[in-house]
Design a protein around this ligand. Structure first.
Ligand SMILES: [Zn+2]
Length: 329
């Protein structure tokens, strides 16, 4: 048995080249981006086998989230430890300079479309930056059936059949599995999703990948199998204010896979919870989270995993701070 005690863990982002990406994540993450090509995604916390987040602080520095999960299952996951052998959420920042492909992810109703070891994928976005011409599409417009959608892919009018949102910073958008969705034209979002990589592309706006000189493959038939026609729980969600002092705590998402709150304040407040892990993402400002008397500096763009055994921790903002706190229900 190990003697090492767990403590709040900070992780380094994993950058991903995407043809639709940009260079805006440098500001958000307060650090230079690698290379000079388009970076579409920074994976903030990932227990994917091919992309393991690494701890950047303390005695466990350099260990992967997968190794920490294996060594400290109980201490890290608390009451959830028997349910998950891998960390079940994937957290990202997306910089969508161009439009992403129009896509859909399968729900648990389609196990035949989910490879072994993967899961369904419900996701949600918190808009961080948007321009006047930015777009988010979330779901199909009423009356759009499979025939209309298929025709619109052929004639390039699919945008006319999706629910269009002109995003503004602070918007919260929910994309349950089975929802046709995309975003782009200079929008930056935080994304929380189930730890899954199963995406079916319906349409790609005529994009050609400069790396290959070819359009990216589509998976239209699989996509049609998992689209939930007639579903209406996707799109903009209203924040539910739970407390206003000492911090404004708003619940943005509450689904089977994740719960997410936005915290705004400048006075000390509590983060974390007894016997369950919590993730903090700092969107604006900075501060310190304290655990067993030790302060850990939380800066803009940071992601911190508070292990279950840390329980409730005090957060001391340095001025006004905006945090996201994420729980696994
Ligand atoms: Zn997606």
């Amino acid at each position: 048995m190990t003697q090492t005690a767990l403590y709040p863990l900070r992780f380094d982002p994993i950058y991903q080249y995407r043809l639709w990406g940009g260079r805006r994540l440098a500001t958000l993450l307060s650090q230079p981006l690698p290379g000079d090509g388009p970076i579409g995604e920074a994976w903030l916390l990932s227990d994917r086998t091919d992309h393991q987040s690494l701890v950047t602080n303390g005695p466990l520095k350099g260990q992967s989230i997968g190794q920490v999960m294996e060594r400290f299952q109980e201490q890290l996951m608390g009451k959830l430890s028997s349910r998950f052998s891998r960390f079940p959420l994937l957290l990202k920042f997306l910089d969508a300079h161009e439009m992403l492909s129009v896509q859909v992810h399968p729900s648990d109703a389609h196990p035949e479309l989910i490879p072994a070891g993967d899961t369904a994928k419900t996701e949600a976005w918190v808009v961080i930056e948007a321009e006047r011409g930015s777009h988010i599409y979330a779901g199909l417009r009423p009356g759009t059936n499979a025939g209309i959608l298929r025709q619109s892919i052929d004639d390039g009018t699919i945008a006319d059949h999706m629910v269009c949102i002109a995003p503004k910073p602070g918007n919260a958008v929910f994309i349950p599995a089975g929802t046709v969705h995309t975003l782009g034209d200079d929008v930056v979002v935080f994304e929380v999703q189930q730890d899954s990589d199963v995406t079916f592309r319906l349409y790609d706006w005529g994009h050609v990948d400069p790396k290959t000189g070819k359009p990216r493959p589509l998976q239209v038939d699989q996509a049609f199998t998992c689209i939930e026609f007639g579903a209406s729980d996707s799109g903009l969600v209203a924040a539910r204010v739970e407390t206003t002092t000492p911090v404004e705590r708003e619940r943005l998402f509450d689904c089977q896979a994740f719960v997410l709150w936005r915290l705004l304040g400048q006075d000390p407040f509590i983060v974390g919870a007894t016997a369950e892990p919590r993730v903090l993402v700092c969107l604006e400002g900075s501060g310190q989270v304290s655990h067993k008397g030790t302060p850990y500096a939380v800066d803009k763009g940071d992601v911190w995993l508070l292990p279950a055994e840390a329980g409730e921790c005090a957060f001391q903002p340095s001025g006004e701070v905006t945090l996201l706190e994420i729980a696994i229900p």
